[in-house]
Design a protein around this ligand. Structure first.
Ligand code: BTN
Length: 245
């Protein structure tokens, strides 16, 4: 993964581009943008991608797995990003299940996983990773929720070094999953650095809101919650936040 990198000084969105070329592109190719003019986030939101400040990259994967397993790539990416940033900074980087990497309760990284394929076999999976690295400040509406490594660590970090570290971690966890068929090593990291386990969280799915305690992350990468009275449930995705935030 990452032996072949396609780099753009400016691109609309690395995920959009990766989707356009995925069918003719081999497994493991990585698209990197120095800036994105139409960066995309989850739920149809945008992703602010200022030139030279962040990491905006998409990994093209072609695993032999059904689409139902695709969300596992998001867990691998979250774990790899958390470890990669930790190896270069001394910041307390945590994972907010399922998609975000946070510092001091604020988001530094978002992950957007997109795929295409048949019922029992994916054609490709695009894992898009956006990290606020050397962003000096955020527009007012994002200031409360978003942060950067520069703001938290009070210094500039090499994006190149960080990309290498993250792709190395990703490769290890990905190979481990493909060889063993189990997400165990990824889940261990997701649990160790979880921002949610043991906390009261709020889950918003459609227009349903549930307050519950996050008790575990399963081998499959699902969040186990306990509601009042002890009733346990598994959460697949949706919007999850620590209560009060
Ligand atoms: C989120 O909403 O948290 C996900 C943000 C994902 C942003 C990354 S940046 C690289 C890739 N290209 C995109 O257009 N989006 C993802």
């Amino acid at each position: 993964i990452g032996h072949h990198i396609i780099y753009f000084d400016s691109i609309k969105s690395t995920n959009t581009y990766a989707k356009e070329i995925a069918h003719e592109t081999p497994h493991g190719v990585v698209i990197i943008g120095n800036e994105q003019t139409e960066g995309r986030g989850r739920m149809g939101r945008g992703w602010t991608s200022p030139k030279g400040k962040g990491i905006f990259m998409s990994i093209i994967l072609k695993p032999q797995i059904p689409p139902t397993e695709g969300a596992k790539m998001t867990q691998i990416a979250a774990a790899a990003t958390c470890l990669g940033i930790r190896s270069i900074t001394s910041l307390d980087v945590l994972i907010k299940w399922p998609n975000d990497v946070i510092i001091n309760g604020k988001k530094v990284c978002g992950i957007l996983t997109e795929m295409s394929g048949e019922l029992n076999q994916v054609a490709y999976i695009i894992v898009g990773i956006g990290i606020n690295v050397n962003t000096e400040e955020f527009p007012e509406d994002l200031r409360e929720k978003g942060t950067s490594l520069l703001i938290e660590g009070k210094k500039h970090y090499s994006r190149k070094e960080m990309i290498v570290a993250i792709l190395n971690e990703f490769e290890k966890l990905y190979q481990d999953y493909i060889k063993s068929g189990s997400l165990q090593s990824t889940i261990e990291i997701c649990k160790k650095y979880s921002a949610m386990l043991g906390k009261e969280i709020r889950i918003i799915q459609g227009n349903k809101e549930t307050i519950a305690k996050a008790v575990d992350i399963t081998e499959e990468g699902l969040l186990k919650i306990a509601q009042e009275g002890g009733k346990e449930d598994l959460v697949f995705s949706g919007e999850v936040s620590v209560r009060g935030k």
